[in-house]
Design a protein around this ligand. Sequence first.
Ligand SMILES: Cc1cc2nc3c(=O)[nH]c(=O)nc-3n(C[C@H](O)[C@H](O)[C@H](O)COP(=O)(O)O)c2cc1C
Length: 324
Amino acid sequence: MKTRITELLGIRHPIMQGGMHYVGFAELAAAVSNAGGLGVITGLTQKTPELLAKEIARCHDMTDQPFGVNLTFLPAFTSPPYPEYIQAIIEGGVKVVETAGRSPQAYMETFKSAGIKVIHKCTSVRHALKAEQIGCDAVSVDGFECGGHPGEDDVPNFILLPLAAEKLTIPFLASGGMADGRSLVAALAMGADGINMGTRFIATQEAPVHAKVKQAIVNATELDTTLIMRAINNTERVMVNQGVKKLQAIEKEKGEALDIKDIIEQVAGIYPKVMIDGDVESGAWSCGMVAGLIHDVPTCQALIDRIMLQAEQLIRQRLVLALN
Ligand SMILES: Cc1cc2nc3c(=O)[nH]c(=O)nc-3n(C[C@H](O)[C@H](O)[C@H](O)COP(=O)(O)O)c2cc1C
């Protein structure tokens, strides 16, 4: 399948794997890229720019296909040395960066002069337009259903994607709630040029996370995620678990007076506990509503092949036949 996204990124299928903290290691990024999508290493999971450089080198050893690095500009407890991370990306020969959170404006010139394509992830049309205006090559539009940070507008993809198509000139990916060939065809119908998936890629053979995380996603229904941190304007969609229930009890008690310090135990340092140790009940970890559509743990190759086959069948059979 050829779209503006496959052309822009030099990939075979219009499917991208979004950056995911403690999930987006070289193993997953390489597997997605080898299967014809765009795999992405999560920059800040690597504790230093030197470690990111090593992770990029490991990924080059596992694939000769293009892959990207995610750089998240989120309110962090301590601000990472972004220019040095960017230097590691440039020196590592990576040609695609997925930015998220705050605007990448301050670094656009550096990215552009290194020939790097920038895909900014946004949760609203106004932020997508701003990204277009500052020179991003594409955007990833994250709907309310997404795992991670859906923003504060609560607009689901059935509204957000057609609106993005009406307003944007640059290519865009539909992100949030994407799982299969039906998602891809629907995204294309709404004007997107491809899909970005997070949660779906965690439940794959190559995702280097504890088997209990994959099983928790397979077991979850569409009702098993919830929103946290709304009172501090840092809303996150996470899997419901014991730690999150505790966190939400604190949120209820504190109301609008909630401070990040009140819930630090349930949000700080949780990812290694969950993703490496398999302690899936320990606290907040991002997960999309799409978990309800995930029933297995295939290889990335099998998953992407299946998505492309289902999309093609839907277009050639269901959609074309509907015209008769
Ligand atoms: C466990 C997990 C961790 C994530 N970490 C990040 C991150 O560090 N930076 C980022 O930009 N997005 C992050 N995301 C968001 C994904 O890149 C992607 O936008 C989102 O998962 C799409 O929604 P979906 O899960 O419904 O596919 C994360 C998502 C998950 C599920």
